[in-house]
Design a protein around this ligand. Structure first.
Ligand code: C2E
Ligand code: MG
Ligand code: MG
Length: 686
C-alpha cells in the first residue's frame, strides 16, 4: 500500500469517522429526524398518553411540547369526537398487524378552535412497547378553497341553467321555483322568497320552518326598472361571493320578467285599441267566436251591439282631434260602465264601438241597447266644452251553427246603418228584412262598379233659369244609371251605396269630366256662356287631389273655370275635414264657384252662408213644394232669399213645379229657379 493510497484511505476513514452510522442511530439523532419532518407528528403510548410532539405539532396545536408530554392524546381532539377517536386508537393497538392509513381527522387547538387535517396513523412496535404515531398536516385552508371553488362552480352552473330556462321562455312561476331550488342547492338558506312588485303572493317561496339566521334582500331589476325582490334567510351572514350569486339570480329573474312584460305588452297592443284601451277588432272577433261557441251549450244566444256615434266627425272638425279622442275615450268608459262585467266592449276604429254579450235573449239585448243609447246621450264635458252625442245602435243575435262571427258583425252593422237612416239616436234589431237590404246594398255596389267600367252611367241636364225672364243661365248635371233590363236607377238609390263603398270618388270624377266636356261642347269656351252645375259628394271633397282633378277637367275640355259651379250640401260642408276646407279655398282661387245645395234640410245655419266661401244657395225643394200654402215655409224662403241677396249670393229655388210657386218666388225676389215647371232633366242641354 503506497503512501498515497494510505493517505486517501485515512481521509476516507476520517470522513466516515465524522458521521458514524452508529451515532446517527442514536435516539437523539432519530428525534432530530422526527423534528425535521415537514408534518406535525405526535406519538402516544398504548395508554393513550403523549410521549412525543414535534415542533410543527407544537405550532399546529398551540401547546409547548413540555406541556403535552404525559397528557392524554385526546386533549388534541375535539370534544365531540373524543369517544370515537379513542375507540379507534384502542382498535389500532389491539390489531396484530401494524396498520398505516391516511384519513381526514379533526384537531383541537389550545385556543379551542378546530382544524381539519390529513392524518397518517400507524402503530409502530418499539422495544418499549407499541407506539401510535400520528403524522398530519392542516388542510383547513385547502379544504375551504376547494369548497369555495366547488360552490362557485355550482353557483355558476345554477345561473347558467336558470338563464337558459329564462331564455327558452319558461313560465315565470316555474322559473322562480327553479331559482329557489338552485339557491337551496348552493346557499345555506333557511328561507327564500321571490316576489313580484305589487303581487300579493310571492312567485315562489320556501322556508325551513324555523326562524333566525341572517336576512338578505336584493332587488330584481334591470336598469331603472324594479320588478320585485329576492329575499333569503341564511344560516350565517352571506359573503361577497354569495351576495354576487344572489344578484346574478336576481338579474336572470329581472331579464325574464322584463321580457315577459314586453311580451304581454305586445300581446296587449295586438289585441287592444291604443286610444281607448278597449278590445280591438281581433279580440272582438275572438270574444264573439267564444260567445257563439257558448251559445251552443246554453239556452241564451250570442249578441253583438254595433254602436255608431252620430255625426261624430263634427266634433273633430269643430273642436279638434284631441277633443275628439278624449270624447272617444270617455264614451268607451261609459260603455264599459254600462254593460255587464262579462261583456266585451271593443272599438273597431273611428267612431264605431261594439259590445259582445254572451248568453242573452232578445229583450235583454234590446234593454242593453237602450241603456247604452241613454248612456251616450248623457252630456259629456271635455276641455270645458259640453258635448251631446247620440248613437245609432244595431243589434244582431246569433247561435252557434247558424251564423259566424263575421256575419253577426255585418248584421249588427247593417242594423246600425238602418238605425242611422231611420233618424239616428235609436236602437234597431237586425232581422231578415235587414239582411235583404244589406245584401241588396252589396249587390248594388258590385253592379255599380261594373256599370262604371261598362259605361252604363250617363248624365242628364236640367236647366236653371232666371225667374225674371226665364232665360237659361246654366244646367245641373244629374247622374243616371241605365241598369241592364231597361230599368233606370234613381240616384237616391245608388248614390248612398256609392258613398259608402267609396266608389263615389271615381263616379264623381267621371261625372265632373263628362259635365265639363258636354258643356264646353255645347256652349264653347266663352267665360260668360251658360254655367254647368255639378254635384260633389263629401268623399270627393275630402280627396287631396280634387283641385288637380278639377283643373284637369277644365283644361281637357277647355271650359273656363268661371262656368263651373260645384254643388255641396251643408252637411258635407260642415263635416269637411281640413283637406276639404283647403280644397274649397283652392277651388275658389281657381275661380270655380261653390253653391250650397238642398239648403234648409241640414243644419240650416244661416251663419254657414257667411262663414264658408260659397257663392250661391239652392233652396231645398221641400220648402218650395208648400210655398204659398204653408206660411212657415213661405217665411223661410223669404228669409233665405233676402239674406242671400244681402250677402251677395245667388239664390236658386229647387223643384219648382207650379206656376204659382214661380210667381211667389218672383215676388219674393228669388233670382233663379229649377224645376219640372221649366224643364225636366234631359240628355241634352237646352
Ligand atoms: P239634387 O242635387 O238636389 O238634384 C236635384 C234633384 O231634384 C234631381 O233629382 C232632380 O231630378 C230633382 N228635381 C228637379 N226638378 C224637380 C221638380 O220640379 N220636382 C221634383 N220632385 N224633383 C225635381 P235626381 O236626379 O234624382 O238626383 C237626386 C240627387 O242625387 C241629387 O239631388 C244629388 O244630390 C244626387 N246626385 C245626382 N247626380 C249626382 C252626381 O253626379 N254626383 C253626386 N255626388 N250626387 C248626385
Ligand atoms: Mg244638386
Ligand atoms: Mg238639391
Amino acid at each position: 500500500v503506497d503512501g498515497t493510497d494510505e493517505a486517501a484511505g485515512q481521509q476516507r476513514t476520517r470522513l466516515f469517522d465524522r458521521a458514524p452510522v452508529e451515532a446517527l442511530l442514536a435516539p437523539t439523532a432519530l428525534r432530530a429526524v422526527l423534528e425535521g419532518l415537514p408534518d406535525a407528528t405526535v406519538a402516544s403510548g398504548s395508554d393513550g398518553r403523549i410521549v412525543f410532539v414535534n415542533r410543527l405539532a407544537e405550532e399546529q396545536f398551540g401547546w409547548r411540547s413540555g406541556e403535552l408530554i404525559g397528557q392524554p392524546v385526546s386533549i388534541l381532539w375535539p370534544e365531540r369526537l373524543r369517544a370515537r377517536y379513542t375507540r379507534n386508537m384502542q382498535l389500532y393497538f389491539a390489531t396484530e398487524h401494524p396498520m398505516r392509513f391516511t384519513l381526514r381527522a379533526y384537531g383541537l387547538r389550545r385556543d379551542g378552535s378546530e382544524f381539519v387535517g390529513e392524518m397518517s396513523w400507524g402503530v409502530v412496535e418499539t422495544d418499549a412497547g407499541p407506539l401510535l404515531l400520528a403524522i398530519g398536516r392542516d388542510i383547513s385552508e385547502r379544504r375551504a378553497t376547494e369548497a369555495r371553488l366547488r360552490r362557485q362552480s355550482r353557483q355558476q352552473a345554477a345561473i347558467a341553467a336558470l338563464g337558459e330556462r329564462a331564455l327558452a321562455g319558461a313560465d315565470l312561476a316555474d322559473l322562480a321555483a327553479e331559482a329557489v331550488e338552485r339557491m337551496q342547492d348552493t346557499l345555506p338558506v333557511l328561507a327564500v322568497s321571490i316576489r313580484k312588485a305589487g303581487a300579493p303572493q310571492p312567485l315562489a317561496a320556501w322556508t325551513q320552518g324555523r326562524g333566525g339566521g341572517a336576512a338578505t334582500t336584493v332587488d330584481i331589476r334591470t336598469g331603472e326598472e324594479t320588478f320585485g325582490t329576492l329575499s333569503v334567510r341564511t344560516v350565517s351572514e352571506l359573503g361577497e361571493d354569495e351576495q354576487s350569486f344572489l344578484r346574478a339570480i336576481a338579474n336572470v329573474l329581472a331579464t325574464a320578467l322584463g321580457r315577459l312584460r314586453d311580451e304581454s305588452r305586445m300581446r296587449h297592443e295586438a289585441l287592444h285599441d291604443p286610444l281607448t284601451g278597449l278590445a280591438n277588432r281581433t279580440l272582438c272577433h275572438d270574444r264573439l267566436t267564444h260567445a257563439l261557441a257558448r251559445s251552443g251549450r246554453t239556452s241564451g244566444v250570442a249578441c253583438v251591439l254595433f254602436v255608431d256615434l252620430d255625426s261624430f266627425k263634427r266634433v273633430n272638425d269643430l273642436y279638434g282631434h284631441a277633443a275628439g279622442d278624449a270624447l272617444l275615450v270617455a264614451i268607451g268608459q261609459r260603455l264599459v260602465a254600462t254593460v255587464r262585467p262579462a261583456d266585451t266592449v271593443a272599438r273597431l276604429g273611428g267612431d264605431e264601438f261594439v259590445v259582445v254579450c254572451e248568453d242573452v235573449d232578445e229583450p235583454a239585448a234590446v234593454a242593453l241597447g237602450e241603456r247604452v243609447e241613454e248612456a251616450i246621450r248623457e252630456p259629456l264635458v271635455v276641455d270645458d266644452a259640453e258635448h251631446r252625442l247620440s248613437a245609432s245602435i244595431g243589434i244582431a243575435l246569433g247561435r252557434a251553427g247558424h251564423t259566424s262571427p263575421d256575419a253577426l258583425l255585418a248584421d249588427a252593422d247593417a242594423a246600425a246603418y238602418r238605425a242611422k237612416s231611420e233618424g239616428r239616436s235609436r236602437v234597431e234589431v237586425f232581422d231578415g228584412r235587414l239582411r235583404k237590404h244589406a245584401l241588396e246594398r252589396l249587390h248594388t255596389a258590385a253592379a255599380l262598379e261594373r256599370a262604371l267600367s261598362l259605361g252604363q252611367l250617363r248624365l242628364e241636364f236640367q236647366p236653371i233659369l232666371t225667374l225674371a225672364d226665364d232665360a237659361v243661365i246654366g244646367h245641373e248635371a244629374l247622374l243616371r244609371w241605365d241598369r241592364p233590363g231597361g230599368v233606370m236607377a234613381a240616384p237616391a238609390d245608388f248614390i248612398p251605396v256609392a258613398e259608402e263603398s267609396a266608389l263615389i270618388v271615381e263616379i264623381g270624377a267621371w261625372a265632373l269630366r263628362e259635365a265639363c266636356r258636354t258643356s264646353a261642347a255645347a256652349h264653347g269656351a266663352d267665360p260668360r256662356g251658360p254655367t254647368i252645375w255639378v254635384n260633389l259628394s263629401g268623399r270627393q271633397l275630402a280627396q287631396p287631389d280634387l283641385p288637380e282633378l278639377v283643373a284637369d277637367c277644365l283644361q281637357e275640355s277647355g271650359l273656363p273655370a268661371s262656368r263651373l259651379r260645384l254643388e255641396l250640401t251643408e252637411t258635407v260642408l260642415v263635416h269637411a275635414p281640413a283637406t276639404g276646407i283647403r280644397n274649397l279655398a283652392e277651388l275658389k282661387r281657381m275661380d270655380v264657384t261653390l253653391v250650397l245645395d238642398d239648403f234648409g234640410t241640414g243644419y240650416s245655419s244661416l251663419a254657414h252662408l257667411r262663414d264658408f266661401p260659397v257663392d250661391g244657395v239652392k233652396i231645398d225643394r221641400t220648402f218650395i213644394a208648400d210655398l204659398g200654402r204653408s206660411a212657415g215655409d213661405t217665411a223661410i224662403v223669404a228669409a233665405i232669399v233676402s239674406l242671400a241677396a244681402a250677402l251677395g249670393l245667388d239664390a236658386v229655388a229647387e223643384g219648382v213645379e207650379e206656376k204659382g210657386q214661380a210667381a211667389l218666388l218672383r215676388e219674393l225676389g228669388c233670382p233663379l229657379a229649377q224645376g219640372f215647371l221649366f224643364a225636366r232633366p234631359g240628355p241634352r242641354m237646352v
